[in-house]
Design a protein around this ligand. Sequence first.
Ligand code: CA2
Length: 149
Amino acid sequence: MDKPVAYILNGPNLNLLGSREPAIYGNESLADIEVSTRNRASELGLSLVFRQSNSEGAIVDWVQEAHSKAAGLIINPGAYTHTSIAIHDALIAAALPKIEIHLSNIHAREAFRRKSLTASAVDGLIIGFGAAGYGLALEALRNLIDKRG
Ligand code: CA2
């Protein structure tokens, strides 16, 4: 039987990880995170689509794509977390298990980061565990996929 497909979507500036702001976001690049997340996906019996874009429209398109092609979705919307009604609406329309993830604890940072417009459109959130959060999110997603059959 084919493995269930998990989409991991990363938003703006996450392509800069590892180059600056290590005190907040850690030393790992997004490519490093992709490698460790692919290993975890394989252990969990999931096939992985891992993408990043700085464009809000691309992320909306990929959430819509996940609706038809994936068994579950993990999203780090980056700064669009705090601003994007379009990504919120795309997530609401995508009827599949969904998890929002953030490397940093957005509730312990600037006031403008404490509000997530996308959080109400997902099943759960994993926040503040750095790069390790991606593996934790995959584990949680596998549980949701199994529960929903
Ligand atoms: O903590 C997270 O995962 C964030 O989604 C990361 C976003 C930020 O806008 C969110 O509020 C929280 C930022 C992505 C990375 O930004 C960088 C900026 C400069 C250097 C390296 C990364």
